[in-house]
Design a protein. Structure first.
Length: 313
């Protein structure tokens, strides 16, 4: 009797598992994955700084002097017309940034994360952990759904407690400078207070609260950049990225036809690598660029992604 029950349970679980597995695949899983790893690049490191709600035209010399200077520097890919998803909420855009596919594939079309398909379209964190689980990955966010729904299950350090932007910055510096709580190789940060200022007061440099918040973020980004520069001097090979999820107009960002909303800023900086300067980037280009930078080539990922690597061959 007991054995029969166990058998039934095993059968039930295997049926359940195989159903679950079906939702994890798309046509790209039908091809044999050709995985090539350049071990000389696998110890490279990446910092992605996410700034929620940056309206491109707000990034000016007086409002955000560091980001402005970075935008005109050599050794940087920069655009103020980075393409966002056709649904201009935060959830779809951070999902596209992290997975390298548009929302039609990852199926996050609002901020409820009701039915995401990260199973068929994993984040770059999951691909990279799958190649080498000794790579230390971390995500520190103000907007906690990113860790709760997307990253906590696949990264080594992804706290889910609510923290403000200053705490994101302080935890990031502790991570990068003191290797606490771990010596991170791949780091994602998310700052949310600019978007909050936009919703409360307006997404515009004319709005003092929005301008002041952008100025504070600019200081955090500058200090984090100097931290990365110091780590580069010790021989670590870092790719530095800054991206936003959408812009804003008035006190919202729901109108996907509005250019103040449907394009935003994106930076990729490295001291010696060249970027595809003629390509107009969008949210799906970050994941393939990061995977390429780490020397990973996966035919299944290449089949699934909607983006391209911005690194020149
Ligand atoms: Zn947002
Ligand atoms: Zn918002």
């Amino acid at each position: 009797m007991k054995i029969n029950y166990s058998l039934a349970l095993v059968l039930f679980l295997s049926v359940l598992f195989s159903c679950e597995k079906n939702t994890c695949t798309d046509d790209c899983n039908l091809i044999t994955n050709v995985l090539e790893i350049d071990s000389a690049k696998l110890n490279r490191k990446v910092l992605v700084i996410g700034l929620d709600g940056v309206r491109s035209d707000a990034m000016q010399q007086n409002s955000s002097p560091f980001l402005h200077s970075l935008s005109v520097a050599n050794e940087v890919y920069y655009t103020a017309s980075h393409g966002v998803e056709l649904i201009t909420y935060s959830g779809p855009n951070w999902s596209s940034i992290l997975t390298g596919v548009h929302y039609a594939k990852h199926q996050v079309d609002d901020n409820s994360f009701a039915n995401p398909n990260y199973c068929a379209y994993p984040t770059f964190f999951e691909y990279i952990e799958g190649v080498d689980s000794t790579i230390n990955t971390a995500s520190i966010v103000n907007w906690t759904p990113i860790n709760t729904h997307i990253l906590s299950s696949v990264t080594d350090f992804a706290p889910q407690a609510a923290i403000n932007d200053l705490e994101v910055y302080e935890q990031a510096q502790s991570l990068l400078i003191n290797a606490a709580p771990l010596d991170a190789d791949l780091v994602f940060l998310h700052f949310d207070e600019l978007d909050a200022a936009g919703h409360s007061y307006g997404f515009s440099l004319e709005v003092p609260e929005y301008a002041a918040t952008l100025n504070a973020l600019d200081g955090y980004v500058e200090n984090l950049y100097h931290t990365i520069e110091a780590k580069r001097l010790t021989g670590e090979d870092w790719l530095f990225m800054v991206v936003s999820d959408h812009g804003g107009d008035g006190t919202g960002h729901g109108d996907a036809s509005n250019p103040y909303i449907n394009q935003t800023i994106f930076f990729a900086q490295h001291p010696s690598l060249d970027f595809k300067s003629q390509h107009n980037s969008n949210q799906t280009d970050l994941a393939p660029t990061i995977i390429d930078f780490l020397g990973i080539s996966s035919s299944v990922f290449d089949c699934k992604t909607d983006g391209i690597s911005l690194l020149e061959e």
